[in-house]
Design a protein around this ligand. Structure first.
Ligand code: SAM
Length: 392
């Protein structure tokens, strides 16, 4: 009689839990493969337009990457992962937990029964449980997301999904900030999509006073935003006309800037660092300042073949700009993560730099400075605009 294959037993249990929707979550740990900085993989079931999927969140040291797979692909990945690169698998279902541990060729499985655990909602169900579940709100109508009947318009479904997603990302980051109240600045607020949604959600859930100020150059948007905030009864939300650099950010707990144009993102980061904000989160827009320097400067000759193509120059400018921003934040005592915050189907400008102040730079300051200097020299960048601000 051949010994039972514990990994196949584990995979059968995963498959069954996926099929009957009793899968709560699955985690692969003890990674010892070739991918630098990969720590673990967390897996859940979601439902997307195309059907049911396994959603894998690959947790790296400083970022997360999410990939969705149909069942056969997911099981094949789990099989090879558990046989080669991960030493443990933990399956949590509504009725039992199954722990797999592999030591070389030896595999142990331990099952324990549980009671009273619910299956989490899948993405499809979650749509009904979005942070902004109630849509009959004046601000949603003023922003053109709902019609007069308070129902999300067909042509605004994407926008509504996006702002829900933003609340899902920002609310936990903000709620993790210690203190008796919360002061949030949104730099380059535009029409204030994020501010209205975030305020609506935080005012109901934060259990402490919340103030959000949207700083915006265009006075007409500020007037409209303030009128809608008043109409909504959002006493802690206001918009102020002016430039980011002129705004006194002292006392801010969080400084956010979504798609503020080019160096306006740097102005926001600078204001956040100067104010000692606990959280700085920016989704950069265009990257002209660094691109112009790369074009005028002398990048390493080896890059010539790459940078002569406009599209690659553009992408490299984006990478260089935002890498330097992340390093400069690190240099100033922030832990930084960069990840995609909305699908690139909505916008190609979908990177979010999230920096949380932890009082000490993650690495040796001299090492960070050396890395900044090397990257600049390699790409022919004289000075990053944010660097100049920080040297003032
Ligand atoms: C692309 S819009 C993004 C608006 C909003 N954050 C959003 O994501 O919907 C950029 C906004 O930033 C504003 N802006 C650009 N530079 C600014 C500055 N230096 N100070 C204040 N506002 C600025 C623009 O007027 C514009 O409304």
């Amino acid at each position: 009689m051949t010994a039972p294959d514990r990994i196949e037993e584990f995979l059968s249990a995963v498959k069954a839990a996926f099929m009957d929707s009793s899968l709560v979550r699955l985690k692969l740990g003890g990674y010892h493969g070739d991918e630098p900085e990969l720590k673990s993989v967390e897996i859940k079931k979601i439902v997307v337009k195309g059907g049911e999927r396994f959603s894998f969140t690959y947790r790296y040291k400083t970022r997360d990457i999410i990939k969705n797979f149909i069942q056969p692909e997911a099981i094949a990945l789990l099989r090879s992962g558990l046989r080669e690169a991960f030493r443990s698998g933990q399956l949590f279902t509504t009725t039992f937990d199954l722990m797999l541990e592999r030591n070389g060729d030896k595999v142990r499985l331990k099952r324990s029964e549980v009671a009273g655990r619910d299956a989490p909602s899948t993405e499809h169900n979650r749509a009904k449980n979005r942070p902004l579940s109630e849509t009959n709100k004046p601000y949603l109508q003023a922003l053109g997301i709902t019609g007069k009947d308070g129902v999300v318009r067909n042509d605004a479904q994407d926008k509504f999904r996006q702002i829900n997603k933003m609340v899902e990302i920002f609310a936990p980051l903000i709620q993790a900030i210690p203190g008796d109240d919360l002061r949030i600045l949104d730099m380059g607020a535009g029409k204030g999509y994020l501010d209205f949604a975030l305020y609506d959600y935080l005012a109901q859930t934060a259990e402490r006073p919340v103030e959000i100020v949207g700083v915006e150059l265009r006075p007409a948007l500020v007037t409209d935003g303030n009128a809608t905030a008043a109409q909504s009864g959002f006493t802690g939300l206001r918009f102020e006309a002016g430039s980011i650099m002129d705004y006194d950010a002292n006392g801010a707990d969080a400084v956010i800037a979504l798609h503020a144009c080019d160096t306006a993102t740097d102005d926001a980061i600078y204001k956040g660092i100067s104010a000692g904000a606990a959280l700085i989160a920016v989704a950069p827009c265009c990257h002209k300042q660094v691109r112009q320097q790369m074009e005028a400067g002398a990048p390493a000759p080896v890059l010539e073949g790459m940078l002569r193509h406009g599209i690659f120059l553009e992408r490299q400018a984006e990478m260089v700009t935002d890498t330097l921003r992340a390093l400069l934040l690190e240099l100033n005592g922030y832990r930084t993560k960069v990840f995609e915050f909305v699908s690139d189907a909505h916008t190609p400008k979908n990177n979010l730099i999230v920096a949380e102040k932890d009082g000490r730079a993650g690495r040796d300051q001299a090492a960070i400075l050396a890395q900044i200097a090397e990257i600049k020299a390699m790409f022919g960048v004289g000075q990053h605009y944010l660097e100049g601000l920080l040297q003032r």
